[in-house]
Design a protein around this ligand. Structure first.
Ligand SMILES: [Zn+2]
Length: 402
């Protein structure tokens, strides 16, 4: 079992559980919905981090939308480790609890953003404070960066990264239940269109029903073997037909057009080119047995990018993954779990740039965006310890010069 050195234990002892939970609660109490984050939350984070001993900078990317950057410089050379999380949250319309009360009950902190991902921000900030107070001589830098707009609008992570001057390693605090996630899936957003021939319902057998054709196309795509392979870390590559339009132009008529919108996510074992070839082959097979079938597909633009994007990940034996697994094991006292992050996050652009990044944060993704969003307090405190210990192990010790 992983153990802590007395020096490491001394740093972790500086983490105050109550302060960690209180800070997470204060962040939840300030609304910061995507696109209308407002400066208040960024201001609070900046003031807190400054008092904790970090150099702080605010980056206003648009009026009222402010990224937060903090830096704890070590002595001498070493890697720049980024602790990161977005500060915006989903809207609150679907919620059944007071989204901003930050109620603590039965070991849980409730509220919008509690799980995704203000608990992680608080844990990262508290970890940074413990490192600052410890006076531990490390080389390199611990960076903290929190950006606006991750939850589906005006994401400004790249501005943040540029303002930080880049980084060499990163831990993204998205909710993983403190499992170590090695990267994120790729995306493959497509539209499929079938065309038919309209006739009166009374003579339907003489028309070609575009919806009926689409039904067959959907089921055939769902049956592709690539969506049924189960990877031990990543599970299955999910296919989801998320929207469908067809018919309704004229009543009592056979529809002549149907469009289906698919959200497909790609595990590391399914590159976009492979899926593209599989879809072409599948549709060619359908056309061969049904000459009346007219079907075509195109990429739909998603987040400004058209076309598929492959998964980005680190191999399980990468040093950053190994260190994080040892850290989580030492803090939790149970073997760390590895996994793949099912959604998108800042790890994607970092890995794309060749910067090693893992995802590890408090809370379960199932509670993110939920009607009664919450995070387990135990996990928030453990996360602060994980981030602090990770910094201690990823940055080299530099004894003071005489
Ligand atoms: Zn998130």
């Amino acid at each position: 079992m992983e153990t802590l050195s007395p020096q490491e234990q001394a740093v972790l002892d500086l983490i105050d559980p109550q302060e960690t939970v209180d800070l997470a609660g204060r962040l939840v109490q300030i609304p910061s919905l995507t696109g209308q984050e407002g400066p208040a939350i960024s201001q609070l984070m900046a003031t807190w981090l400054e008092e904790a001993g970090a150099q702080v900078r605010l980056q206003e990317v648009e009026p009222g939308r402010v990224n937060v950057l903090a830096r704890l410089a070590g002595r001498g050379p070493g890697p720049r480790l980024l602790l990161n999380g977005h500060l915006d949250t989903k809207p609150v319309e679907n919620m059944t609890i007071d989204p901003f009360a930050a109620t603590v009950r039965a070991g849980r902190l409730y509220g919008r953003g509690a799980c995704d991902m203000k608990a992680a921000l608080a844990a990262q900030m508290v970890a940074l404070k413990a490192l600052a107070r410890s006076g531990r001589p490390f080389g390199g830098e611990v960076l903290f960066g929190s950006e606006v707009g991750e939850e589906g609008g005006g994401w400004r992570f790249l501005d943040l990264l540029a303002a930080l001057g880049g980084c060499d390693l990163a831990i993204i605090g998205e909710p993983t239940g403190l499992a170590v996630h090695l990267g994120q899936r790729g995306v493959f957003p497509i539209l499929v269109r079938t065309r038919g021939r309209a006739t009166h319902t009374g003579t339907a057998d003489q028309g070609v029903n575009a919806i009926e054709k689409m039904a067959r196309v959907i089921l055939t795509l769902y049956a592709l073997p690539c969506f049924h392979r189960v990877d031990p870390l990543w599970g299955r590559s999910p296919i989801n037909v998320q929207e469908i339009h067809g018919g309704g132009k004229v009543t009592a008529a056979v529809p002549d057009e149907c469009v289906a919108n698919f959200d497909i996510r790609l595990n590391p074992d399914l590159p976009p080119e492979t899926l593209q070839a599989a879809i072409e082959e599948c549709l060619a097979g359908l056309r061969a047995v049904d000459p009346a079938l007219q079907v075509e597909w195109t990429f739909r633009s998603q987040g400004g990018t058209a076309g598929g994007r492959p998964a980005r990940w680190l191999p399980p034996d990468h040093p950053l993954v190994q260190t994080m697994a040892a850290v989580v094991t030492a803090v939790l006292g149970t073997p760390a779990r590895l996994g793949g992050f099912p959604g998108g996050c800042a790890a994607g652009p970092l890995l794309e740039r060749g910067i090693p990044a893992v995802i590890c944060g408090p809370g379960d993704l199932a509670q993110a965006h939920s009607a009664d969003e919450w995070v387990a307090i135990e996990q928030v405190v453990a996360a602060a310890r994980v981030y602090a210990l990770a910094a201690l192990r990823l940055l080299p010790v530099r004894p003071p010069e005489h």
